[in-house]
Ligand binder design. Structure first.
Ligand code: FE2
Length: 314
């Protein structure tokens, strides 16, 4: 009969071998992913270098570079204003909602699980991959072209929604109602559009221009600040610019570089389209550490078509 000690050693050795094999396999996967990601980035940057853009898309990219944002509207971008009717139709039934209804819906929703305090609902969620007028707007050549020129790579569509916030006098701020930077990405292009217009009463998006946003003071970039806290930290909120205007007003902004907040609605509700175009590299470290979905995974067909579009321009 074999001694127990020896048999235990054999088992231990087998475990060690399995562990070693698992580690080797994991590293091979890591290296393969890294090489593939480098290739994807290089390809997207090469295409962006060649891409010339239109005068309007270049003007938007310049605005983003200089001050961090650029105001425009649907008509100036030559975008079919039918998108306004489409948004109003989606907003229709939501107009009767109170903030309590929104809390209740968010509580039930798989998108906002555990976020009872959420102050808005996304009315476009069920139709992300359909070719709706909103997707047409998001993938308009000037819109994508501006993001491509500014980010210096063919970007990924990572978000598209129509967010409705009922009027509420709630003084307790939540999430994006605080001043913040979208810190998960070093840079990105967000496009905001007001289908019903908006003014200071409807809780506009406020942007602090690049020159005053002073990102270096906030190395973590993940904080949420009240007016008092952000002033204490040296940010001059008197320089804030509200995104207000008639229906169809648009602002392009790099919300990763500008302090911003919004949705502090008081007397009027707000509906707002938000489109996110993001660079790929900012996601890569997260893919392994946080099991983040790969960029653009919400819109695989759209992102494949966009890459084809840019590839076809050569
Ligand atoms: Fe934000």
């Amino acid at each position: 009969m074999q001694p127990i000690v020896e048999s235990n050693q054999l088992v231990l050795q087998a475990y060690r071998l399995r562990l070693l094999l698992a580690l080797m396999l994991a590293n091979i996967r890591l290296v393969i992913n890294w090489v593939r990601d480098r290739h994807v980035i290089r390809r997207r940057r090469e295409l962006a270098k060649i891409y010339k853009g239109t005068p309007e898309s270049r003007a938007i990219a310049d605005g983003l570079e200089e001050v961090g944002f650029y105001f425009t509207n649907l008509r100036r971008l030559g975008i079919n204003e039918a998108v306004l009717d489409y948004c109003r139709e989606l907003t229709g039934s939501a107009r009767s909602l109170s903030i309590e209804d929104v809390w209740a819906q968010n509580y039930e929703s798989i998108y906002h699980r555990n976020e009872r305090e959420g102050y808005w609902i996304d009315l476009h969620v069920p139709m992300r991959q359909e070719r709706t007028p909103l997707l047409e707007f998001a993938t308009n050549e000037i819109v994508v072209g501006a993001a491509c020129t500014y980010l210096k790579e063919v970007p990924f569509l990572t978000g598209l929604g129509l967010f409705y916030t009922p009027a509420h006098a709630d003084k307790v701020l939540y999430d994006n109602q605080f001043w913040h930077l979208d810190g998960r990405r070093p840079s990105q292009v967000k496009i905001f559009m007001l289908p019903d217009g908006g003014d200071e009463e409807s809780g506009p998006l406020y942007l602090i221009p690049k020159a005053y946003s002073n990102r270096r003071r906030y190395t973590a970039c993940l904080g949420r600040y009240t007016d008092e806290q952000i002033v204490e930290n040296g940010v001059d909120i008197s320089k804030r610019i509200p995104f207000v205007g008639p229906p169809g007003s648009i602002v392009f902004a790099d919300t990763s570089r500008l302090f911003h907040c919004g949705g502090r609605t008081r007397n009027k509700p707000r509906s707002q389209v938000i489109i996110n175009w993001s660079p790929v590299e900012s996601y890569l470290p997260y893919k392994f550490k946080q099991k983040q979905a790969s960029p653009g995974s919400k819109f695989p067909d759209v992102n494949r078509d966009i890459l084809r579009y840019f590839s076809g321009l050569i």
